[in-house]
Design a protein around this ligand. Structure first.
Ligand code: PHE
Length: 347
């Protein structure tokens, strides 16, 4: 009878413990205390053998029922606690899909790249090819083929960074003139190309000079190409880029590779026919001219049959005029507040 009572008490006591448990490892401890080798139920069952024979099956059955029942409530409790744990976690980690996301900041094309793109688009629409040259050039193409032999005094205007005696950081995209003429098949028609890129000079940086800046070279070579074609070409470019209010002025100039040579100024300010000449602020934006016969000859073209015009423009200065920027160094400081102002439409 004692054993039966003890079993009943154990059942009530352990059921209560299971009910009160708050964590899975507590439940596991209860299980071990009850059913382990030294567990309480195991201990009680050892008393079975001392019972009178007729009681053995009855108490044995009871003990078994209690064991099964407690095992089941231990498993159920574990399951409940596990579920509760996950539910709590799901609640705390809930994602509110209706919250607006954080937009990644998308950069914008550098203002100089935008200007270069506009210039490229303009010329592509007129049937020009775009050729990208190399910033490291040979003395031959940068100077000699441009009619600037080794000791030519005009080289002084374009001192640069030398890598070896004959390899240098190009001072002008004009090197691409000779390279394009070398490659072009003139039996198939005229050569029309532009070549944008960076150039280098040993210049002291100031508001309108930078030791590294950009140029877009232009070259048209064919039959009967004239200075009037050059003027019309430049006029249509500046009209498109700046709108019609900016005046253009051609000045006589000198470059060893063009004859005659001109320089082109654009007015900073908007002008009309009533603006007095002294009220116009000019800035030089490009050099140009008719391709020198020597340059044609060096590219194996007969100057009596072929003529051409060339120009080299400064997109940095174009951007300064277009956006009213008064210091070229702004383009190269990479101050995000400056750059952010030039978001493209659609960005
Ligand atoms: N290469 C000249 C310069 O850098 C510009 C130029 C190009 C002039 C083509 C005439 C023809 O100053």
């Amino acid at each position: 009878m004692d054993l039966k009572n003890n079993l009943q008490q154990l059942k009530d006591h352990v059921s209560q413990q299971i009910h009160d448990a708050k964590k899975i490892d507590q439940v596991e401890k209860i299980r071990v205390n009850l059913l382990g080798k030294k567990g309480e139920l195991t201990k009680l069952l050892k008393g079975l053998k001392d019972l009178p024979n007729e009681q053995k099956p009855v108490i044995g059955k009871l003990a078994n029922q209690i064991r099964l029942m407690l095992e089941k409530s231990i498993e159920d409790k574990k399951k409940d606690l596990n579920e509760a744990f996950f539910e709590k976690r799901m609640d705390s980690e809930k994602i509110d899909v209706t919250l607006p996301g954080r937009r990644p900041e998308i950069g914008t094309k550098h203002i100089l790249q935008q200007i270069q793109d506009q210039i490229e688009d303009h010329f592509i629409s007129q049937g020009y090819e775009v050729k990208y040259g190399k910033e490291i050039e040979s003395d031959e193409y940068n100077f000699e083929r441009m009619n600037l032999p080794k000791d030519h005094p005009a080289r002084d205007m374009q001192d640069t960074f030398y890598i070896t005696k004959n390899i240098l950081l190009r001072t002008q995209t004009s090197a691409m003139q000779a390279r394009s003429m070398d490659q072009h098949d003139f039996t198939k028609g005229p050569l029309k190309m532009i070549s944008p890129g960076q150039v280098y000079r040993r210049d002291n940086d100031d508001a309108t000079h930078s030791h590294q800046f950009h140029q877009v070279e232009g070259l048209v070579v064919g039959k009967n190409v004239s200075l009037a074609d050059l003027k019309g070409t430049l006029q249509s470019l500046t009209d498109e880029l700046f709108g019609k209010g900016h005046a253009m002025r051609l000045r006589q100039s000198y470059f060893p590779f063009t004859e005659p040579s001109i320089e082109v100024d654009i007015s900073w300010n908007l002008v009309d026919e009533n603006t007095a000449p002294e009220d116009i602020d000019w800035i030089e934006v490009l050099g140009a001219g008719m391709v020198h016969p020597n340059v044609l000859r060096m590219s194996h073209l007969d100057p009596n049959k072929y003529s051409g015009f060339a120009f080299g423009l400064g997109p940095d200065r174009f951007a300064m005029i277009k956006y009213g920027i008064d210091d070229i160094r702004n383009f190269y400081f990479d101050d995000i507040r400056f750059l952010k102002q030039f978001k493209q439409v659609g960005e």
